[in-house]
Design a protein around this ligand. Structure first.
Ligand code: 0WD
Length: 251
């Protein structure tokens, strides 16, 4: 990763998957830029950025396109261009991540799709312009895109669309040597995960049933991210790679 410049979006705190990826990229020599969502997260992200000597390129709320434009302009100013992009952003109304999918409201359906799915396309549009020498884009998904999972509900539908968009983006951007992949991570206790009903039970279930008989860590997701973001994975695009202790083969 030495000499590579990357924008990592979705660090909320030191438990975030995005933080696991940022740490690994830094350890392998990359120059990182981080965004934050809103003032309260700025206070958490700034000290984390300092640990990695990372640039903080501003507030980004993906529902506000002006903030997306602003952080990409700042990234270009501070890093001069981009070699990789990490999108680790998702949101749905907590009240609808419990109970039945059939009760999803139109409002929350649209919001979940916009923040958890379309935002990857929105940031890919901006990143493409900065990846003048090829590049690698990575998003985060979950097994609930492939199979019904308790309480994952509309987020599962959004992740299925996100995985499809990985394939369409990979086809569009491949001729520019820009690769687009996803990591399907096993459950990890983060801020976002705490909104999902019965999450502790889901963790325990994975621990008991995954082939490796355990759950995964943000550092393990980060290390796999290095394969997809670096030249080690230079022939890999349009892929959804499971980092889940093997749960997807049994679940
Ligand atoms: O078990 C898990 N934790 C898994 C997470 C398993 C498989 C996949 N994932 C995915 C999530 O769905 C998400 O896409 O990994 C990605 C990162 O999630 P995370 O690391 O689990 O969660 P967290 O540390 O909370 O980071 C997600 C962040 C937000 O945090 P909060 O908790 O404050 O909502 O996404 C960002 C925000 O920083 N985010 C936004 N960023 C810009 N604009 C927005 C928004 N509108 N909404 C959320």
């Amino acid at each position: 990763m030495s000499g590579k410049r990357g924008l990592v979006m979705g660090v909320a705190n030191n438990r975030s998957i995005a933080w696991g990826i940022a740490k690994a990229a830094h350890a392998h020599g990359a120059k990182i830029a981080l965004t934050y969502q809103g003032e309260p997260l700025r206070k958490r992200v700034e000290p984390l950025a300092a640990e990695l000597d990372a640039a903080v390129v501003g507030h980004c709320d993906v529902t506000d396109p002006a903030t997306i434009d602003a952080v990409f302009a700042e990234t270009e100013r501070q890093l001069g261009g981009l070699d990789f992009l990490v999108h680790a952003i998702a949101f749905s109304d907590k009240n609808e991540l419990d109970g039945r999918y059939v009760d999803t409201t139109a409002d929350n359906f649209s919001k979940t799709m916009l923040i958890s799915c379309y935002s990857f396309t929105a940031v890919a549009q901006r990143a493409e312009k900065l990846m003048t020498d090829g590049g690698s884009m990575l998003t985060l998904t979950y097994y609930g895109a492939e199979k019904w999972m308790p309480h994952y509900n509309v987020m599962g539908v959004a992740k299925a669309a996100l995985e499809a968009s990985v394939r369409y983006l990979a086809a569009d951007l491949g001729p520019k040597n820009i690769r687009v992949n996803a990591i399907s991570a096993g459950p990890i206790k983060t801020l976002a995960a705490s909104g999902i009903g019965d999450f502790r039970y889901i963790l325990k279930w994975n621990e008991l049933n995954a082939p490796l008989r355990r759950t995964v860590t943000i550092d393990e997701v980060g290390n796999t991210g290095m394969y997809l973001l670096s030249d080690l994975g230079r022939a890999v695009t349009g892929e959804v790679h499971h980092v889940d202790a093997g749960y997807h083969i049994v679940g």
